[in-house]
Structure formats: structure tokens, C-alpha cells
Design a protein around this ligand. Sequence first.
Ligand code: PGA
Length: 240
Amino acid sequence: MSPESPRTNLEVVPDDEWGAAVGARLAERIAAQPGLRLCLPTGNTPVPAYRAFVKLGGRLDQTKLFLLDEFGLPGGHPARCDEMLQRSLLELATTAPAALHSIDVAADNVAAACRRYDDEVADGGLDLTVLGLGANGHLGLNEPGSAPDSPTRIVDLHAATVRNAAVYGEGAAPLWGVTLGMGPLLASRQIWLLVTGAGKAEILHRALTGPVGPEVPASYLQTHPDTVVLADHAAAASFG
Ligand code: PGA
């Protein structure tokens, strides 16, 4: 990897301070804007930040939450994103969010549920979208091949995403999911990309220095006017 500069704002935090730093930043951001419309990810990356947020007494009662994506798994499955959000944040926080929007993957018409979600998001927009980075460069479940203006929709998951989902619970292997589309995601007024661990260093380097295009959906963040990448040293190793 060459020591090129990232084409987005990049803030690097020592590995063992990352959770506390990002959790505190989230608590401050939420406190600063009552009524914040906040889209949150699940997966392993945000867990230390959510833990720190809870420890700091971070409140959600003035915040309207939007869940970034969901796997096509039965309700209550431990690998579902709504279950992960409950376990890692909502069950632990002192206050419930003012609203919680998600896409119903059990709806009779999931495509219609996706369109409804886009309407809910568009009705005020998103103030802040927090994201994790997929090992294949995906954002939410916008897999490689996703267009920058793609709407919220049903997606087929790439093999790597299916394999990775097993770590979230009971060897889950969802073949499809739903995701906030790249279009509404990039329309978010502010974006934080959370990235930790040496395993993400190479894809982070590609996302922030490589060509912008559908091969690495995270590369679209180079075009967003208010994105910050909050990485630990391990993930940002290529930037020196
Ligand atoms: P992870 O997933 O945080 O569990 O690594 C990130 C993602 O796939 O978006």
C-alpha cells in the first residue's frame, strides 16, 4: 500500500481509546441537537462505541433513530440488525429513542416497505448517518455494484457478506437483506464511517484513495461534503 493521502477527513484514534472516543463524540452530537435524525449501523464495529455511550449516560429520548439495514432472517433471530441494536445499545441505554424506524423484512410486500422507508427518511432527511465498513467495501448492505443513487431496496448478499453474518449469531447465513440505499445515505447531512482493526486496513485504503465507483461503494464517501472517518490505528495503518 502506498502512503497516499485519504480523500475524506480521517481521524485516527489509538486502538484502546477508540470506543471511548467515538462513544463520547456520539453523546455530544446527540446532546447538541434535540430531535436529531440519526441512522445507526449494527455489526461488531460500533459495539465498543455504543458501550461507552451508555457508560457516559448518553440519552436517546430526543433522538429519532433509523436502522441502517436488516438481514432477511426471521424476527427475533440474534443475527438480525434490530436484535443487535437492542443488545448493544437500546436495552442498555437509560432512555428509549423518541422514534425508531426500520424496514420490515417480514412484510407481505418488502419492496413497498423499502419505498415507505425512503419516504420516512426523506421527510426531514438524516442529520447524521453512522456507518461500518464491509470487508468488501459495502456500506449498509449496498454491496459492490451498487449505484450512487440507488434507493432503499431488497439486495442479494455477496458470498463474503453471507459468510460474515455467521459471527453475529447462530451461524446465520442470510441470502438477502434490505438496506438504506446509497442515494438517501449520501443525502445525509453528515456521515461518520467507523473502521477498526487491521483486517479493514486494505479496504479502507482502497475506499479513501482509489477511484470512486460501484466496485467499492465506500469510495462514494469521497464525494460527500461532510464525512469523517473515525478509525483506529490498526485500520488506518496505511496512512502512517
Ligand atoms: P462489522 O461489519 O462491523 O461487523 O465488521 C461491518 C459491515 O459489514 O458493514
